[in-house]
Write a new protein. Structure first.
Length: 231
């Protein structure tokens, strides 16, 4: 099947309230363009440099979709990232949120507010970034403290949580991890904090998105299922 056919099939197979973010790591502008022409609304990139190149090559077509940063964002890349991305899904600390907040006015319209998600490293893996349960005696309380701290920022707004789950060949093994993140997502909503608008629970990739949706994800990050195996 073509990229367009695979995207259409995926779109028809998930509930209408689920947003599909196409993970475009290593994909060419031509491949991304085919997905956009098929109806894709959201593109995710892991690296700022790749996103800049794709965004530039796509020209006006780049403006037809939302661009999500789904890889680790280094402090020295924030300014460039803000020129490309509409959403940063990988904020792993209050400090990183503050670093972004300071730079938004210069990079965009001064009144602009950038949606961000907190990245939760729910499996506590050393090779992944994100807020990890293994780093805190009371993980959930720490997460809530970060959320409360973010309410003071003027130019970033917390709109969701993002997680990957630990590496496993069996998607069913991810179910308890996804469930725990969903519980934290709901708990944050229940706080009713100002300047927090928890709309998106970003969980699940090509091999695990079905389990993630069953556990409450309303946003999935899928690449291979649409673009095919990486060359």
């Amino acid at each position: 099947m073509s990229i367009a056919e695979r995207y259409t099939h995926l779109k028809q197979s998930v509930p209408p309230q689920v947003t599909i973010v196409l993970a475009a790591k290593t994909r060419s502008p031509e491949e991304i363009e085919e997905a956009i022409d098929a109806g894709a609304t959201d593109i995710g990139e892991n690296y700022v440099q790749e996103a800049e190149a794709a965004h530039s090559a796509l020209g006006d077509k780049a403006g037809q979709v939302n661009w999500h940063m789904i890889g680790h964002l280094q402090k020295n890349k924030i300014n460039k990232a803000l020129q490309v991305f509409d959403v940063i899904q990988t904020v792993e600390s209050l400090k990183k949120a503050g670093d972004i907040d300071k730079r938004v006015p210069a990079a965009k319209d001064g009144a602009h507010v950038l949606p961000v998600y907190l990245e939760v490293n729910i499996g506590g893996e050393e090779t992944k970034t994100g807020i990890s349960p293994g780093d805190y005696d009371d993980f959930e309380q720490h997460l809530i403290n970060v959320v409360r701290g973010m309410t003071r920022f003027e130019h970033v707004r917390l709109e969701g949580l993002m997680t990957m789950g630990p590496l496993t060949s069996d998607p069913e093994g991810l179910r308890p991890y996804f469930r725990r993140v969903r519980e934290m997502f709901d708990r944050i909503i229940d706080l009713g904090l100002p300047h927090v608008n928890m709309k998106h629970l970003s969980m699940g990739m090509t091999h695990s998105y079905q389990v993630a949706i069953e556990e409450g994800a309303n946003m999935i990050r899928v690449g291979t299922a649409v673009f095919g195996e990486r060359k």
